[in-house]
Design a protein around this ligand. Structure first.
Ligand SMILES: C[S@@+](CC[C@H](N)C(=O)[O-])C[C@H]1O[C@@H](n2cnc3c(N)ncnc32)[C@H](O)[C@@H]1O
Length: 304
């Protein structure tokens, strides 16, 4: 584990307590008011936490062919000071770091379990230029203007206050720095032929995410949100991935199976699992899945 200090990116001198634990991960104590607004994603909510981690890795693998072009288009370059907000288990961190070996990459997440896994992933990938830090993304422990590039992937859909997260990204960028948000939108998710449970499953999980202060239709909004947050030269791209490029089983695992709710009343959970498995496994039957991933990026005013 390389420390933030070693990379000359300083933890901000703030009233919150910041310290490096025995694992070398910097920790910032979460203010109580923020604890009330946790949003719709917690690893501890998954009955099978390891399964969820595996899903995030599969998802990073199958979307890599669209993530990287979007990040490059957004202006990510080697040598930059890069902040990845809500890095999860480091599945995307290692991919970014591998492509910008001369960058200083700082990856943050509020979940210590995610950070432990991210550290294992970056160590295994030999990413010595990646530092990890614990933090609440609405108030990260870095001084204003610390970074040249900020990535927020698959996190804004889970937030109670996504606009405030973008405002924090804007604060942390140097003038001329760029932020890229990548996220999904259930309006761009389809299977054909459609298993009977598909609509009830997608609608129920969307409703549940709204109840937990998230939003599964955020992809289409990202460009407007960046502009409203104060970014300039904003652009949006949406790229569709199909099961022509990866297996139906991986598609179902990364986009649908994890949404099956054992307490659902709108569908039978066992039946839903069977239908999804049959859709994925019946190779003799032609079928395709499609998912659109949105990228939006913009520039902080000022700079050269
Ligand atoms: C769906 S995972 C995505 C992980 C990673 N960005 C990726 O694309 O694979 C969402 C991550 O956001 C983190 N997260 C959610 N809310 C957060 C917050 N308020 N502050 C910091 N991290 C947060 C979670 O701990 C989790 O690791």
């Amino acid at each position: 584990m390389t420390s933030i200090r070693r990379h000359r990116i300083r933890l901000q001198g703030c009233r919150r307590r910041v310290s490096a634990g025995p694992d070398g991960v910097h920790k910032c104590r979460e203010p109580r008011a923020m604890a009330r607004q946790r949003g719709s994603y917690r690893l501890s909510n998954f009955a099978d936490g390891d399964g969820e981690i595996a899903r995030l890795h599969v998802q990073a693998t199958i979307f890599d062919a669209i993530d990287w072009p979007m990040l490059e288009q957004a202006g990510l370059r080697d040598g930059m000071r890069v902040l990845e907000v809500a890095c999860g288990p480091g599945a995307v961190t290692t991919r970014i770091a591998g492509r910008v070996p001369g960058a200083q990459v700082v990856a943050v997440d509020r979940d210590p379990g995610m950070l432990r896994r991210a550290r294992a992933a970056t160590d295994a990938a030999g990413c010595g230029h990646v530092s990890l830090a614990a933090g609440e993304l609405y108030a990260l422990p870095f001084a204003a203007g610390t970074f040249d590039f900020c990535v927020m992937r698959f996190v804004l859909q889970h937030l109670h206050r996504p606009a405030d997260a973008l405002a924090e990204g804007l604060r942390l960028l140097a003038p001329g720095g760029r932020l890229c948000a990548i996220d999904a939108d259930d309006g761009w998710l389809s299977l054909y032929p459609e298993p009977p449970v598909f609509r009830a499953l997608v609608e129920t999980s969307g409703t549940r995410q709204v109840a937990a202060n998230g939003n599964r239709h955020i992809g289409r909004k990202l460009g407007v949100m960046l502009a409203e947050a104060g970014f300039e030269s904003c652009e949006v791209d949406v790229r569709v991935v199909t099961t022509s490029r990866f297996s139906r089983a991986d598609f179902v695992a990364s986009a649908l199976s994890f949404r099956v709710d054992d307490d659902a009343t709108a569908y039978d959970p066992d039946r839903a699992r069977t239908e999804l498995r049959d859709w994925a496994d019946d190779a003799a039957r032609p079928a395709w899945g499609y998912v659109g991933i949105f990228g939006a990026w913009g520039r902080k005013p000022g700079g050269g």
